[in-house]
Design a protein around this ligand. Sequence first.
Ligand SMILES: Nc1ncnc2c1ncn2[C@@H]1O[C@H](COP(=O)(O)OP(=O)(O)OP(=O)(O)O)[C@@H](O)[C@H]1O
Ligand SMILES: [Mg+2]
Length: 609
Amino acid sequence: MMEKVIGIDLGTFNSCVAVGEGGTPVVIANRGGYKVTPSMVAITEAGKRLVGHIAKRQAVTNAENTVYAAKRLIGRKFRSPQVEAVMGNVPYRIVEGPHEDVRIQIRDKVHSVPEISSMLLQEMKAVAEDYLGHAVDKAVVTVPAYFNDGQRQATRDAGAIAGLDVIRIINEPTAAALAYGFGKNIDRRVAVYDLGGGTFDISLMEVSSQGVFKVISTSGDTMLGGEDFDQRIIDWLVEGFKSEHDIDLRQDRMALQRLKDAAEKAKCELSMVTETEVNLPFIISSARSEALHLQRQFTRSQLELITADLVERTIAICAQTLEDAGLEKEEIEDIILVGGMTRMPSVQRAVAKFYGREPCKGVHPDEVVALGAAIQGAALLDDGAEMILLDVTPHTLGIMVHGGTFEEVIPQNSTVPTSRSKVFTTVRDGQTTVKILIMQGEHERGRENVLLGEFQLTGLRSAAAGVVEVEVTFDINADGIVSVQAKDLDTGKEQSITVTASSDLTKDEIDIMVDDAQSHAIARREDEELQVARQEVETLLADIAKLFPKVEEMVAGSDFGRDAIDKARTVVDRAKGLMTTGDTQVLREQIEGLARTQRMFKGVVGRVG
Ligand SMILES: Nc1ncnc2c1ncn2[C@@H]1O[C@H](COP(=O)(O)OP(=O)(O)OP(=O)(O)O)[C@@H](O)[C@H]1O
Ligand SMILES: [Mg+2]
């Protein structure tokens, strides 16, 4: 049996898994036949964990215990404007964790964000295992190109909790370009424009027939995506309702969840038609407790008007990446559109207008990222694979120096993996420790950037007669993750420092979460058997119900026949009554009984007819 590495596109809105099969990557459908799984997690009243479509279906009635768009929170500090923005818009509870990190409370349990993401990864792993028929433990997971070190580390933690060995983290637009160029034998400079549910990425790349995929420049916004378009529609609906009824629908969790669904649905419809109606009966009760309905016409031009600035923001970022790369628009030979939001006509128009050419067709916007991840996964397993991926770091890595200014160590758009050293000198005589603040960002003022972590160099030789020189080496690996080493140049003494972002989980915390995740993996299996059995009972019942009238008519003439019918009725009623049992064995017994009845019925119908 060949070892497999699966490729997972862990999206804000949807997740997708692919695997290489005989040299070709294929997207794997889940049990429901869907190639993408909603990135939603819920806990039911009975404490049952739901992931994907099942979670989505119950979101309205269980809004506060259903988590979506967790990717917008991953690797962020609780006290950040981004987290604050999310908090105001989602029906689930966001609380502060022990490392100033973000936690999500679902019912009586508080979960870290990587833990929530790990539930999605586990689900995608299970989808792949169902398809392959054997266990999988290695994956390539994609992240937005613009993710910083903290967000990447947290994604890596999510993999660990899910029991997956994440052998590589790759950038989503790069994965898309891999899938686009794979096996095509082309030399082309391309722009990958990826507008998904939560994030926007743009990468300029060179795809070569030699199998080299080189990123020239990348940029993005991790808080710009379909969620923001939906929010504009929700605000528009809420404001309209408020001026009519003087009621703020945002105060009602269930109303908010229904509004969100309706907004997203309307947005998608308006990619196809130019007008639609938002219709939400019984959205809320008024103070006089009469039921109120929300009903409004919504046109494509209205949608385009209230979201024009969002589209414009993506275009401004596109212009910036061209400038960073030192390229002219005309030098871009192909445009690849990725992400569900690129189905929106105004997005397509804006991109085509900016680059002065039509984007290429034939790339599936929802599947291409997972396919690229699977291609990379297969290549990492195969020593002989003739493919090279040269990605870049999206942010400048640097340190905060005296006076609060940010000093660059590794500039933005440097090819990774990469390493740079810098020599620091102590300021005061006799100083034995040095504190270094490591940051990522593009601002001149240090505190405007993201603090990845800080470390203290201790035990420096007390240089009474002068300063101490310390050489610090900064590494960014192929996953885009940062690490730091320091060396006292006088004594040669080395210190290895892991940059632990303040939002990181500790090893102990991860271990506990891994155990928890494992117990759920087993629960999922058992649960699945139950579901399958239930399905079987349902199918048999439906089949018998269809045959019933005919059989009854045929055998009603004899006592023996009437007796058989009565017996069949008992078997059917009993099975119906036991449908909700949690005991798979009991269901199996019903299946046997029903199957006997079905055979008998078929026999009767077949013999006479
Ligand atoms: N036909 C459509 N018209 C407009 N928007 C659409 C359409 N189909 C899907 N979308 C939107 O695309 C978004 C989902 O895109 P996608 O699945 O690419 O996101 P994702 O990969 O989960 O997110 P991200 O890459 O940002 O983490 C949602 O906001 C969805 O409403
Ligand atoms: Mg995506």
